[in-house]
Design a binder for this molecule. Structure first.
Ligand SMILES: O=C(O)c1ccccc1N[C@@H]1O[C@H](COP(=O)(O)O)[C@@H](O)[C@H]1O
Length: 218
């Protein structure tokens, strides 16, 4: 029997779409704590949402170069299972955060061409998981969540020392091909299941998880 595909739905900000992700079989649900993002949630809002997530589904907090004061406050209130670091956090900063909070860390690494690949192995030394995403365009407002894919052939057949997740421009109509080309066993989506930036669609969420072959093991 093949490995179970694990799907993360990121940028959930209301109970309806959170429930849709849970019901459709998401293994991870993500909350974005980045004020420039159309998916940004406040700490209180995330707390309310996170409290409804069944045990066994990983609740991920996405932050971008967050400082300790914010992380202390957020993690005090919100029952988070994993930190996703989506900024320019260095390997040393990642290692410090992992020790400070005792939570699994997933570091996003942006890929545009082959020169970006060594950073994946560098971060693999200090994280629990890697998130391999498209590098944002220069001057982009957001370091992720732009609906942009990279050339998946760049990572075809490659393996790293820790589990990894594929992200960037995935949609219900391309995720199966992305999985086939890269061998990913975990995939992450945000804008590909939205009607407009920040507005998730329950049907697209279910369609994406079905197309990816996702199950949460429940
Ligand atoms: O989703 C956001 O708004 C966001 C903001 C800041 C950093 C990362 C963000 N999203 C993450 O980006 C990737 C790819 O997203 P997309 O599917 O291409 O829209 C994904 O990991 C999101 O978690």
């Amino acid at each position: 029997m093949g490995a179970v595909m694990r799907v993360k739905i990121c940028g959930l900000s209301n109970v309806e779409t959170l429930n849709a992700a849970v019901t459709a079989g998401a293994a991870y649900v993500g909350f974005v704590f980045f004020t420039k993002s159309p998916r940004h949630v406040l700490v209180e809002q995330a707390r309310t949402l996170a409290q409804t997530v069944p045990v066994g589904i990983c609740k991920v907090a996405l932050t971008v170069n967050a400082d300790d004061a914010f992380l202390d406050e957020m993690l005090e209130s919100v029952p988070i299972d994993m930190l996703q670091l989506h900024g320019s956090e260095t390997p040393d900063r990642v290692a410090d955060l992992r020790t400070r909070y005792g939570l699994p860390i997933m570091k996003a690494v942006g890929i545009a061409d082959a020169d970006d690949l060594p950073a994946i192995a560098d971060y693999a030394q200090v994280v629990d998981q890697l998130l391999i995403d498209a590098k944002p365009p220069k001057n982009a407002d957001l370091p992720g969540g732009n609906g942009l894919a990279f050339d998946w052939r760049l990572i075809a057949g490659r393996r790293w020392a820790v589990p990894w997740m594929l992200a960037g421009g995935l949609r219900p109509d391309n995720v199966a091909e992305a999985i086939r080309l890269t061998g990913a066993q975990q995939v992450d989506v945000s804008s590909g299941v939205e009607t407009t930036p920040g507005i998730k669609d329950e049907k697209m969420i279910a369609e994406f998880i079905r197309a990816a072959g996702g199950k949460n093991g429940h």
